[in-house]
Design a protein around this ligand. Sequence first.
Ligand code: URA
Length: 426
Amino acid sequence: MSHSAVEIIRAKRDGAELSEDRIRWFLDAYTRGEVADEQASALLMAVFFRGMTPAELSAWTDAMIRSGRRLDLSSVPMPTVDKHSTGGVGDKISLPLCPLVAACGVAVPQLSGRGLGHTGGTLDKLEAIPGIRTALSGDEFVAQLAEIGAVICAAGPDLAPADRKLYALRDVTGTVESIPLIASSIMSKKIAEGTAGLVLDVKFGSGAFMTEVDRSRELARTMVGLGDAHGVRTVALLTDMDTPLGRTAGNGLEIRETLEVLEGGGPADVVEVTLALAREMLDLAGVDADPAAALRDGRAMDRWRTMIRAQGGDPDASLPVARHIEEVRADRDGFVTRLDAMAVGVAAWRLGAGRARKEDPVSPAAGVVLRVAQGDPVRAGAVIAELHADDEDHLSSGRDAFAAAARIGDAPPPPAPRVLERIAAG
Ligand code: URA
């Protein structure tokens, strides 16, 4: 049945509940270019202020999934469980997690994205590896998943195309920060990807998309509900992103830290979050395995090397090194009372690791290496961080941004757990 875009916008604006039929018609007509950007913008703003009822949210998500192709992973001879993070600073967890979980017998179909602003993107990090291909066809994606159990690549254009258009529009109309719009955007892509299970890492804190823990919890609950309603068993962990994860923020630098984790070392917090998510993924798949053992005995590293080779990369190639490396030193004795995720993320971005617009290139070598963590004791003159940049302009801009990142005081801050809460369907 045909509808009027204006009537749908008016109805939502005035607080009426939209029927499944109206939502499906609107999103379909918008994806085909029959509803104009300004009309979709108006509806998004109405949703931003009015929210969505559970029925509307379910219909909206369903319409986004139906706007494209739903991948069929039935040829994969292992259970499938994916992971999604709402993004943060130094969040390289998908990189060690995917081969680790695959090494334990669960296939991980990771369709990832690129970074924008202060948060990095998994594809940008992976592309620091010489030769790697992240643009795989749907058939290549499924074939690699079936053979190796691990694949990290970009989503094709036919995966939830309605979301692709709507997300670009939200970015320029001030309608990104809406829980139903975020939840439907993330979950439509994950459901269309065909995974049987999904573990969400929903972050809160200064470097996260949602800074307040209550909003993150609400987002997590909404996404878990949507996953379950669409037949994807979903669990979420709420994790702290007030201070960067691990010691690096920047593409090639985070690959280096990933390799440390896969060698059985690496920063304790990266290992903790990786193992917590891995255990949830194995649990969802009903597989009884010890991921810590797979890190220790090299099985996760072997799977990483196989995955990188399958995507054309050389796991033994040297990673790019920045031309300029500058040390930042402590100006007094004391404790690191604050290492702010947002400020470190902005510094890495200004150093060249991130992009301001979707089409900007990123440097594979630039970023921040932290030599201390929040809570550590320091001496005046000790190195607290290294700034890596390809040229003087980026170095100077990153140096200015990093000035706001670290504070040193007289007493250590109370320790904060990385993993705060687990949210499952109730
Ligand atoms: N990531 C997405 O894919 N969609 C959003 O709306 C926000 C973050």
